[in-house]
Design a protein around this ligand. Structure first.
Ligand SMILES: [Zn+2]
Length: 343
């Protein structure tokens, strides 16, 4: 349903996440939309823009100031938590996102959360950035935080191969990791809300490329139900890759919105969700946003909007050399499409 008044980006985005009235389709992403061009325009460069709150905020604001998106999401990497928990991190550079270089925990008994977790540099930078963004944009633009779920943290802290093999060889060990790591997601998530985040993305990479839909249902669904209940704010789940076969389970998780990948057809995702969860996405990064023309971006954005996706944007963290022109084109399409939908 369409409103008769013009909404602020904040109201538009949050309403889209919750499946409510909108004046036009909101544009944004639950994952990073930072690029090298934006680093240059904001004079805030990676890797400093992962670890210095003021720089993080300056670069993140580009999502609104430069791209015209309806939300600002300042947690660019996927390693903030694992860095604070003791992984060795290669922090990357201007053109490369950070990655973890070690997975220090052999056993669930080793899972410990440092008392000063919220003061660790990678965590504090995100919280400081959210405070700054809240002060500057909080009345106009949706501020979205981001936390890693226990599944993704187990990949980092224990190792992807080891963890996935144990889903078969030692399911109780897997549950023990998830149960302990869940506390980190709650701790960081609640701290982000306190710092001023309106909504949260929870990224938990139980993708169809690595695990079955039954694995999501049997291992992770109960933890996601607990997490959405305990954290309590509007939340979007992000899982990239092919997830069509698990959308039916995700609809039971308590998330308001699912941020999905172009490997899932937008029309099929909308069908599968059946109005039980909002959808955000799913414009392809490597072929369309990175290498395609603005016309190709427009075609995909129109397709997603007309299929019924509630928030249109990139499918996942965009490659850092993605052209701004392509990212801005999505907003143009949402504005133009406004004359068609709901009229
Ligand atoms: Zn992703």
């Amino acid at each position: 349903m369409k409103t008769l008044y013009k909404m602020t980006p904040k109201r538009r985005f949050i309403s889209g996440m919750l499946g409510g009235r909108i004046d036009r389709v909101p544009v944004g992403s639950a994952t990073s939309v930072a690029t090298v061009e934006q680093e240059e325009m904001t004079n805030s460069y990676f890797p400093d823009a992962h670890l210095d709150g003021e720089k993080v905020a300056r670069l993140a604001a580009g999502a609104y100031e430069i791209l015209g998106y309806d939300c600002i999401m300042p947690v660019f990497s996927v390693v903030a938590e694992s860095a604070a928990l003791g992984c060795e991190i290669d922090w990357g550079d201007k053109e490369n996102m950070p990655i973890n270089r070690s997975s220090p925990w052999e056993d669930p008994d080793e899972v410990t959360v440092p008392e000063d977790f919220l003061d660790k540099p990678s965590i504090k930078a995100c919280l400081d950035a959210i405070k700054i963004l809240r002060d500057t944009y909080g009345d106009q633009v949706a501020i979205m935080g981001k936390v890693m779920g226990p599944w993704t943290m187990a990949y980092h802290m224990h190792g992807v191969q080891e963890f996935l093999m144990e889903t078969i060889s030692d399911p109780e060990r897997v549950r023990s990791f998830l149960s302990k790591l869940k506390k980190v997601t709650v701790l960081f998530g609640k701290a982000q809300i306190k710092a001023g985040a309106d909504v949260l993305c929870l990224a938990d990479h139980a993708t169809g490329d690595l695990v079955s839909s039954e694995t999501y249902r049997d291992f992770l669904l109960s933890f996601h139900k607990e997490l959405t209940k305990e954290i309590g704010c509007p939340m979007a789940l992000h899982i990239c890759g092919d997830t069509l076969d698990r959308i039916k389970h995700i609809c039971e998780s308590g998330f308001d919105c699912f941020h999905f990948d172009s490997k899932v057809d937008a029309g099929e995702a909308v069908n599968e969700a059946g109005g039980r969860i909002s959808l955000m996405g799913n414009i392809n990064n490597p072929e369309i946003l990175l290498k395609g023309s603005p016309e190709e971006v427009a075609e995909k954005a129109y397709y997603a909007i007309r299929a019924g996706v509630q928030i249109v944007g990139p499918e996942c963290a965009i490659p850092l050399v993605t052209p701004i022109e392509n990212l801005k084109k999505i907003v143009k399409v949402a504005e133009e499409e406004n004359n068609i939908i709901g009229s």
